[in-house]
Design a protein around this ligand. Sequence first.
Ligand SMILES: [Zn+2]
Length: 373
Amino acid sequence: MFKTVLLLGHVRGIRIELHVSWLIIFTLFLVGMSAGLQQQYPDWPLSTAVLAALATALTFFASIVAHELGHSLVAIRRGIPVRAITLFIFGGVAQMSRDSDRPDDEFWIAIAGPLVSFSLAAGFGVLSLLTAGWHEALHVALTWLAFINLVVAVFNLIPGFPLDGGRVFRALVWKATGDARKGMDAAVMGGRVVAYALFAVALLNILVLGNWVGGLWITLIAWFLLNMAEGQGRAFDMRERLGSVRARDLASGDIPRVTAEQTLSRWVSEQVLPSGERACLVGEPRRPLGLVSLSDARAVPQDQWEITPVSQVMTPLEALVTVKPDTPAHEVLHLMTERNLNQVPVMDDGRVSGWIDRHRLMRTLELHMEVGR
Ligand SMILES: [Zn+2]
C-alpha cells in the first residue's frame, strides 16, 4: 500500500510527519527559488543558487515545525495531548486530541504559533543584518527567512477559522461573552469572510492581471480554508449536541465472542455469516484475549482456515483500541473514523463491558441528533 504520510521523528512524544503533498510544494519552491536567485544574482554559480535555495527551503520547513511545536507545547502544558504535527501542501497542522475547554487555553495555544514565527522573523532579521557585508548568499537567505516568517505570523493572525487568528478571535469572543457557542460562530463567520475575500483576490488575479497560476493557487487555498472553517463549525455543533452522550450509551451489552481455539473456518461459517458480525471478542468479557475481525481472517489463505485458530490472527488485547464507558460520543466517533475501525470494545476495569459497532453507532448518533439529547 502507498503510504501518504512519512514519519520524520518524535519531539517530546509528538510524531513529526510529512504528508506526500508537501513534497510538491517543496519541489516547486526549490525550483522557483533557485531560478529566482539565478536571475537576481547572475554572477552566482549555479551550485551556490541551488544550495542557497535548498538551505532556505529546509530552514523554512524547520520554521513551520517550530511554529506548530509552539502550539503543541503550550497545549501539552495545558493538559491537551498532541498526537502529531503534520506538514502538508498548505503548511503545517498540530493534531490535538481534543478541543479546549476554556477560552484562556484556546487563546494561548493559538497565539503561541504566531509568537514563535515573530521571534524567528526577528532572529533571522538580526542575523541577516550581521551577515550583510560578509557573505552575500547567506545574507540573502537570512533576509528571505526573516521576511517569510513575518508573513507566516501575520497571515496566521487573520481572524477567521481555521487560521490561528480565528482561534484567538474565538477565544476573545468566548471570554467576553462567556459563551463558547458565540465564540465559535464568530470565528466560523470570520473564516467565511477570509475565504470569500481570497476568492475575490483570486478572481482579480485571473481576470484583471491575467495571472492564472497565482489565481488558481489562491482559489485552492480559499476553498481549503472555507472547507476547514465550515468543518470546524459542524464538528462543534455535533460536540455540543452530543455533549452528554457517552460510550456506554452507544454500546450494546451483547458482546459477540469466540473461544481462542476456534478455527477461522468454523468461526466464519458458524458465527460471521449467520449473524453478520464482522468482528468478535476472543475469550471471555472478564478475561479478554483480543479481537478477531474478518479482515484478519482474509489475511490467511482460505485453505489454511481449517487449521488456523482465531487466536493466531487476532489483534491481541495490548494492541487493541478500546474506550472507557464515560468516553464522550464525539471522541468515540473521531477515534473510529481516524483509525478506520468498525468496532470498539468498551473496557471497564480490565473487562469488556460493551461493544460499539460502527453501523449501530451511526444509527444511535442519528437518533440522538434527532431528539436532541
Ligand atoms: Zn499556527
